[in-house]
Write a protein that binds this ligand. Structure first.
Ligand code: AHR
Length: 646
């Protein structure tokens, strides 16, 4: 294998390897966003999702969801409980998101808005319980006839993955309850309304170049009404209106009728997360089209246009609404405190700009209807913000006619990035390592915005995050890296999944209510990201080929910051393979190097909650002789060789 150290190629983009976030598989509520109470404000379409009257509580006379003098119009429903006898366990239970994960000795802030509705109710007892055993208890006292917020700190006496929260009335009479919250104190950077720290740590450890959010199909919505509207997700958390999640009913075998978006994790929090993990924010916005796999509803291109898909009501959005949302987003992220939307960011506690540099217009959309909307959208954004770079969609299939049409037009329009998605079998990834070898070297760059090898059909139970998939992705990624002048960004998708509430497989990181782990695919992504280097170096495989001869794949970079040469090698073979890597033209090299290796004989090897580190990179040293490294690649392995010098 020859690495041409003396013929450096393109610069590796700083943001090359990033993260794709979508609220699918309980990624936000029940995952990254650690609120433990589901449907805390009784505002889900079915107002009692997540809540149940305590079984056998003889004293509970009645309950109802009311909107009589609510806390605010934005939060118009609450729960009214009436008890006829005191001390009878009259009350309600919240089940959390497939239970509530709580840790022994950690602190959880319970808060509630409550109001006395008559009779002798003096207060409430709050119990965190696990299988009938009380883990922590608190008391709310002194209720009045007005809405007031009450707070209690709960400290569980034991760890439990599936606890629940019980609210019982002290005394007989009526009481009104709303905005019930149980929030861990231990959040990322100890922020109020902060994120789950173990998951954020995994994201940060990826050293991601960018964070794409909020999706995925969720951007589009099943209908236009159900689209993601960023303006509804900022400001006071208690006033954010929940909405049914686009993935609520997607797959029959994982029917999740309780899947909503509370928007506790909203656009401000996404920008803040990007900043925390050192990733450039990449928001993807709706282009005026609902998901083409669902209603395929369209916003008319102007209020004057009347097509078959024109909205019936005059106040329904036209394309202008979507364009204005995008312009306002730039102001929210980057504008000064004196601007309308910049002021909102400042009021939320972030006086400095978020430094937004790019925006995606539409997710996975295609055809003339997409182009018809994309063009005025892009023109308006560029007219006001010429420095904002635009990410455009190429449709779902990398090989279809729609894809070709969109790609051709995007190139004519000089779109900065074209977003390609591919979910395919592992062999597709190995066979397409050269996919970008013959792409045009100038003009639009590629954003491989969603990809993952599928072991057995998208989203099925049998579809696994196994080593076969991860190693095939690693082979493919050597092709991305060799073509870093064409491929500017890449992200595996989806990113997060709850083991008890998923709609899609495979995923980068899995979690339950207490723990999270990186899949073998995660560690492949991490190896590439942490060793991406700064400049591409040409590589010749045996026989002069660039690509996988005999299932051997390679790429190389110089890491000028660290002063190392970095060679990535994939041996997709059940036999070990001895290679000689000659670092042609290197002037001064160290005498030993550091290898980072992931290898498993069994291609079905997977990490899991029980064995989260079954297959992770292992470190070893190797000898460098002159400008040659002789190394034996393990069977089925990804090896990163770091050689000091240049
Ligand atoms: O990643 C899951 C889904 O796959 C995304 O929502 C969509 O863009 C793609 O079809």
């Amino acid at each position: 294998i020859m690495v041409q150290v003396n013929k450096p190629g393109a610069a590796v983009p700083k943001k090359m390897y990033g993260l794709f976030f979508e609220d699918i598989n309980f990624a936000a509520d029940g995952g990254l966003y650690p609120e433990l109470v589901k449907n805390k404000s009784f505002e889900y379409d079915d107002h009692l999702i997540g809540w149940k009257a305590i079984k056998g509580a003889a004293g509970l006379e009645s309950y109802l969801v009311s909107n009589d003098r609510p806390i605010s119009n934005a939060n118009s429903h609450f729960l009214r409980l009436s008890a006829k006898t005191a001390g009878s366990d009259a009350g309600f239970v919240n089940e959390g998101f497939r239970g509530m994960g709580v840790k022994e000795g950690a602190e959880y802030i319970f808060s509630i808005y409550a109001r006395k509705g008559g009779g002798g109710v003096s207060g409430l007892t709050v119990t965190l319980e696990d299988g009938g055993r009380a883990l922590a208890q608190g008391q709310i006292m002194g209720l009045t006839g007005e809405w007031k917020k009450y707070t209690v700190v709960m400290k569980p006496s034991a760890t439990a993955a599936k606890a629940r929260l019980k609210l019982t009335m002290d005394g007989a009479g009526a009481v009104d309850l709303d905005v019930v919250s149980l929030f861990p104190k231990d959040t990322w950077l100890k922020r109020e309304n902060g994120l789950r720290p173990d998951i954020v740590q995994l994201l940060k450890d990826m050293k991601p170049g960018f964070l794409r959010f909020p999706g995925g199909c969720i951007v589009e919505g099943m209908t236009l009404d159900n689209r993601y509207q960023w303006k509804e997700t900022i400001g006071d958390v208690a006033s954010r209106q929940p909405m049914i999640n686009r993935w609520n009913k997607e797959f029959k075998h994982r029917y999740t009728p309780d899947y909503y978006q509370s928007f506790g994790l909203g656009f401000f929090e996404y920008f803040q997360l990007s900043e925390d993990i050192g990733a450039e924010p990449l928001p993807i916005l709706n282009v005026g089209m609902a998901c083409q796999y669902n209603s395929a509803e369209l916003a008319p291109v102007s209020s004057a246009s009347k097509g078959p898909n024109a909205p019936a009501l005059a106040d329904e959005p036209t394309l202008d609404t979507f364009i204005q949302d995008a312009l306002d987003l730039v102001e929210f992220a980057n504008g000064p405190a004196t601007s309308t939307w910049g002021a909102k960011r400042v009021a939320m506690g972030h006086p400095t700009p978020f430094n937004l540099k790019m925006i995606g217009i539409g997710n996975e959309q295609w055809g003339p209807q997409y182009l018809e909307r994309y063009e005025p959208f892009a023109r308006a954004l560029k007219a006001k913000y010429p420095n904002i770079q635009l990410v455009s969609s190429a449709g779902p299939s990398p090989d279809g006619a729609n894809f070709d049409l969109a790609t051709k037009r995007m190139r004519e329009l000089n779109a900065e990035y074209i977003d390609e998605h591919y979910y395919a079998k592992p062999e597709w990834f190995r066979q397409n390592v050269g996919r970008y070898d013959n792409y045009p070297r100038t003009g639009s760059k590629i954003f491989a915005g969603e990809y993952a090898a599928q072991s057995a059909g998208i989203a099925s139970q049998e579809n696994k995050n196994n080593w076969d998939c991860a190693l095939s992705e690693a082979a493919f990624m050597t092709g991305l890296e060799r073509n870093a002048d064409v491929v500017a960004m890449a992200s595996y998708a989806p990113m997060l999944a709850h083991v008890d509430a998923w709609q899609w497989t495979p995923n980068l990181i899995w979690f339950d209510n207490l723990n999270a782990y990186g899949t073998v695919n995660y560690y492949v992504q991490q190896l590439f990201s942490q060793n991406k280097g700064t400049t591409v170096l040409p590589v010749q495989l045996p026989g002069g080929a660039k690509n996988g001869t005999d299932n051997l794949f390679a790429s190389a970079v110089a890491d000028d910051a660290a002063g190392d040469l970095v060679v990535k090698l994939v041996n997709y073979s059940s036999a070990p393979r001895a290679v000689q890597v000659s670092l042609a033209g290197a002037k001064k090299l160290g005498k030993s190097g550091r290898a980072l290796v992931m290898a498993a004989d069994d291609l079905n090897t997977q990490n899991s909650l029980k064995e989260p580190r079954k297959l992770v990179p292992q470190e070893a040293n190797f000898v460098v002789k002159g400008s040659t490294v002789s190394y034996t690649l393990a069977p089925n392995s990804l090896t990163v060789l770091r050689v000091p010098g240049r």
